[in-house]
Each structure stands twice: as structure tokens, then as C-alpha cells.
Design a protein. Structure first.
Ligand code: BG6
Ligand code: MG
Length: 219
């Protein structure tokens, strides 16, 4: 395919696009749910995808009739994060998702600015463990934004951090809320996953190794 539109920068989501960490988030939530006597069905994994920490907790607690105060909810979210941090201690560059390492390398070789827009407060630790931290010119993560995806704030912040106009950015996501966030930021959205879930994206691919840099960037 030869795309007629060309872009100046790429903004990546992290969990589920670059890193195989979506499974760790789910395992950590499932562990917490079990501790609370809540059964978390497998299909909850896709509903949790891309949701920030407290919104994920609310979704899980909705499966129970118990009432939790805001302080208790904070403690539960901290507990899940401890489970998650223990799981990501095992991360290595082998946990890069298919095509991610190669794509990042091609972008750097071509001098195309790259930023991260991640809903995770653990994003910096994850990219460090994956050995790709130096590939990013700018990192926008949940520690810096007020409004979670699908609000466009995090992608707009990433574009601003790169000093590139939003319309000249191409951004990549694996969650529907993230795709909405990109679209609302006025960027070109690429969804990694299935067409059904990510139908709002300008382009959907199965994995990053289907992404061709030549189609979107002038050499
Ligand atoms: C997103 C993940 O990137 O970050 C979600 O897709 C996760 O599953 C969210 O809940 C928040 O992550 P963290 O590490 O701040 O709890
Ligand atoms: Mg994601």
C-alpha cells in the first residue's frame, strides 16, 4: 500500500503495543480479585485493556456487592500495583511485542521523533527493563496527565513534548479508548489488534511487524 499522507513523528502506547505487559496487568488484577473473593472471568481482560488504574479497580469492584471507602480503594489499587511490579521484575527485551524492537530501530535510524503516551505510572520502569528507554525523545505517562484516555490530553502532551503539530503525528494503540483518544487529538490512528475492537482507527494491523515505515514517512 502506498499511503498519500505522510507524518513527522510517531507516538506509541506502551502496554499491549510495545510490551507484552497487558497479561501482567490482568494477572495482577485477578490476584487482587481472588483475594477479595471476586471471580474475574477471562473476558474481563479485554474490558480492562487500556483503562487507568482506578477505573480498572472500579470495574472489578462492580462484580461484588461489597462497599469500599475511597481509602480502602486506594489501598486495593496499591496492592494490585505491588502484584504488578513483582510480575514486571521478570521483564527483559524478550518481552517486546512482535515487530516493536525493529520498528523503533527503523524510526531512530531515519531520525523520526518518537514519544510514548502511556496510561501506566510504571511506564518508565517498563521501557527501562525492555532496554528501549533511550529510543524515546519524550515520555507522557499517567503521572503527568489529569484526564485519562479516551481524553486526548496524553497524546496532545506527547506531541507538544516533541514540538510537532498533532496533525503531523501518527499514533499507535491497542485499546479502543486509546484509539478514541488519538482521534480526538486530531492524529492519524493505527490500531494493533482486531478490526472489530478497533474499528474506529484510521488503520488496523494485526501486529507491529505489519507496519511499513515507507508508507507513512518520507525517507
Ligand atoms: C495501561 C494499561 O497502559 O495502564 C492498563 O493498558 C493499566 O491495563 C493502566 O491499568 C495503568 O497502569 P498502572 O501501571 O499505572 O497501574
Ligand atoms: Mg495499551
Amino acid at each position: 500500500m502506498n499511503n498519500t499522507q505522510h507524518f513527522d513523528a510517531v507516538i506509541f502506547d506502551l502496554d499491549g503495543v510495545i510490551a507484552n505487559t497487558a497479561k501482567f496487568h490482568f494477572l495482577a488484577w485477578r490476584q487482587l480479585a481472588e483475594e477479595l473473593g471476586i471471580h474475574l472471568p477471562d473476558e474481563a481482560e479485554s474490558r480492562l485493556k487500556g483503562l487507568e488504574r482506578m477505573a480498572s479497580l472500579e470495574l472489578i469492584l462492580a462484580e461484588s456487592d461489597a462497599h469500599y471507602s475511597e481509602t480502602q480503594k486506594q489501598l486495593l489499587a496499591d496492592k494490585k500495583n505491588k502484584h504488578y511490579c513483582r510480575l514486571i521484575e521478570t521483564l527483559t527485551p524478550m518481552d517486546l511485542l512482535r515487530g516493536a524492537g525493529e520498528l523503533l530501530e527503523q524510526l531512530v535510524i531515519r531520525d523520526i521523533p518518537v514519544a510514548l503516551a502511556s496510561a501506566s505510572k510504571n511506564a518508565a520502569a517498563v521501557i527501562e527493563r525492555l532496554g528501549i528507554a533511550e529510543r524515546f525523545t519524550y515520555i507522557a505517562d499517567a503521572n503527568r496527565v489529569q484526564n485519562p484516555k479516551p481524553d486526548p490530553e496524553i497524546f496532545l502532551m506527547a506531541a507538544q513534548g516533541l514540538n510537532i503539530a498533532p496533525a503531523a503525528c501518527l499514533a499507535i494503540e491497542d485499546a479502543a479508548a486509546g484509539v478514541e483518544s488519538i482521534n480526538r487529538a486530531g492524529m492519524f490512528s493505527v490500531g494493533v489488534g482486531n478490526q472489530q475492537e478497533l474499528g474506529e482507527a484510521n488503520k488496523v494491523i494485526g501486529s507491529l511487524n505489519e507496519f511499513s515505515v515507507e508508507d507513512y514517512f518520507k525517507s
